[in-house]
Structure formats: structure tokens, C-alpha cells
Design a protein around this ligand. Sequence first.
Ligand code: S3P
Length: 433
Amino acid sequence: MPSGPLRGRIRVPGDKSISHRSLMLGALAVGETRVSGLLEGEDVLATAEAMRQMGATITREAGGTWSIHGVGVGGLLQPAAPLDMGNSGTSTRLLMGLIASHGISATFTGDASLSKRPMGRVIEPLSLMGAGFDASDGGTLPLTMHGALPAVPMTYRLPVASAQVKSAILLAGLNTPGVTTVIEPVPTRDHSERMLRGFGAELTVDEVDGERIIKVRGDAELRPQTIEVPGDPSSAAFFIVAATLVEGSDLVIENVGLNPTRAGLIEVLRLMGASIEELDAREVGGEPVADLRVRHAPLSGIDVDPAVAPSMIDEFPVLFVAAALAKGTTRTSGLEELRVKESDRISAMAEALALAGARVEETEDGLTIHGTGGELLRGTQDGHEVLTHLDHRIAMSMAIAGLVSRDGVAVDSTAPIATSFPDFLSLLHGASA
Ligand code: S3P
């Protein structure tokens, strides 16, 4: 349904990537790590539960601060039951890295979406370090793995731009003798590097000919930390686009993480004409943060530079919604990775937007979208529902499309939203009331 303007000040929950990592590294440090602002979504809770199954003590205090007593690098215990990763690719791939250099075995299971996602990208490098894998056909979950003790250090050049693969190898390197090296031809989110350094690991990053060379020294000892998790820019993205699209909006989103490896959407929206101001730029938990003031502005379609993709890899679904309301055509390319996220986000969004009345063409590696020039979308009709394919970001993106449609957008299920942003719908209703 057409929405009222989004106004006032809101706060989005903590960053999902940073939340996962703070639980994992806290669980490997000896002593108490304290984490405030942790995202309490299903994905992160799956990581917390898995770390408990491997020996860490993790509790949530009344005020919302989380306390983690770790087991020490090398101290993970054999889990007594399979690790249920739910919908979470990040939990799965990063934990596979941790286990790869411990002398334990573990079985990973997940929901229907996660069970389709490729794990070969981590199985291959972790096998080179000595870990053994027994995966389902096609390298998917359920899978059982056997860590190697000692694991073998190596130098690995990432064949896909993936922070999850990079992080899995760096985490495996923590309990591997010698130096483990990852070469990253295309930069991806660097939260692991920042946080590993914060916990006292010996980690260096050098730029050579545009590539990043990351080295971590093994047999690391991690010191417990106090961590404040900044707001998740990938969650803020839905509100940035909503306030941009809905006439009369003037919204401040407080405490948004603006790590340059995550800030691509803001850059692209500005090129399209968006009004996004950064207020009170500061540092929180070793990450750049600001409050964002977003005012309604008409957008124009552009050709999105594929080089920006890794810095907004999770934001394309909602960018497609913005493009559907822009004046003219927006073309995206180089987005093959979107096909192996929680859903095939290229085809899921092509179908969803078409169902809501947008003009969309799907290509092998992106979408071409002919925008309405600010006219409302039609919305879904005749009992048709958008299929979210167990993908939180499809559900939330299409909720934003609903705000700028005549008849509203119906989705088959809002349940997946709880993986990353449990309060999304109430926050959205509150801001647009
Ligand atoms: C993540 C990395 C990204 C992103 C995911 C979280 C992380 O995946 O899509 O939501 O926390 O490292 P890839 O690195 O596989 O692109």
C-alpha cells in the first residue's frame, strides 16, 4: 500500500557479520569477552549454539550484553550432536574453517535453502590444509568433516570474491603452525582481519598490484575483548531505500557501520540522485560508523559498475527495488554470486518485481530494470504472492516495494526475516506511521 513518509530517528540491529565473528573469536579467547549490540537474529543464534556445543560458555545478560568465556585456540571440543546451521551460510563456512585445524569431527545440517548452497569453495582450501570432508553430492550440506591436527599452512589465492571463504581460511590458520596466507584479488569485507587484530592475532595485510595479501600466524593466543557491534548497513539498506523512494521522507538511521568494504549501496544510490548525509562520523568497535540522514529524492537509472558488487553484495535485491522506481533504465552485471545466496537472488527478484508490475529483464549475471520514473508500482494482484524462497532479503526488499505500490505486495512468508532482522516489520511500521 502507498506508505506515509518515513520520519524520525531509528536504530537498526547489530551487524550480522561482526556478530558472528565476535562470538567465534570470543569462544577462542581465554577469559571473558563482552559483546554489546549483538544481532539476536536466528543466524547469529545458530553460531552461538554451535560454539556452546564446542565448549564455550555463552550467556545473555539482562541488559542485553553477551558474555563469552572461551576455550582457547586449539581448545574446541568435539560436538556431541550435529551442528544445526539453520539458514546461515556464514555460520557454516566460518565454523568449517575453525574446525579444520582442530582434532575434532563435526556434522553440519541446515534448512532447505542452506542445503542447496555450494560448500566446495571452502572444502577445497580446507582440504589442502589437511581437513577431511564427507559431503552430500554436489558438495552441499549435510556434511561431516574431520579437522587436521596439526593442519598444514598454505598460500591460497581466492578464486571467488568471498569474505566467507577468506575468513574460513584465516580462522583455520589460527591453530595451524606457521603462517597461512590468503591472496585476495578483489577486496571483500574485512571484518575478520580487523577483529583478529583486535583480539591480538598476528595478522598483516599488504597491497601488491591491487591485490590484498593477508597473512596470519598460527598457534595464536587471543586476548578477550569488549566489543560494541555497530548497526548493520545491510539492514539499514532497506530503510535507506524506503526513505529515498517515499515522498516527504526525512529519516535518520543512527549508528550505521560504514566500513568501505560494505558501503557500495550508498555510493550507487548517490550516483542515482539519492540524498544521504553522514552525520557525526566516528569509530565504534574498530569500525567506521555514522548516523545517516536520508531524504526523499527522485532517482535516475544508471549502469552499475560491476566492480562495486563485493561492497554491496547483499544489497542488490533492495537496489533492484530502487531501480524499479527510478527514471530510465538501470543495468547490473557481474552478479553471478547472487545466484548462490540464500536464494537465486537474480531470478527471485526478477520474478518478484515482475509480479509487482515492474519492467525487468533477467540476464545471466544481472538484471536490467526499466523504472517507472517515480510512479507507484501496481503491486501484486489476484491472490498472487511473491515467493521468498526462504530468503530474508527477498522478503524485506519486497516489503519496501509494497510501500511504493498501489495495491501492496503480498509475500508467501515473512518468517525468513527473523534470520537477520527480527524487528524489521515493527520498525518499518513505526517509521512510516
Ligand atoms: C558474509 C559475506 C558475504 C555475505 C554474507 C555475509 C560474511 O558472503 O553475502 O551475507 O559475513 O563474511 P560471501 O563472502 O560469500 O560473498
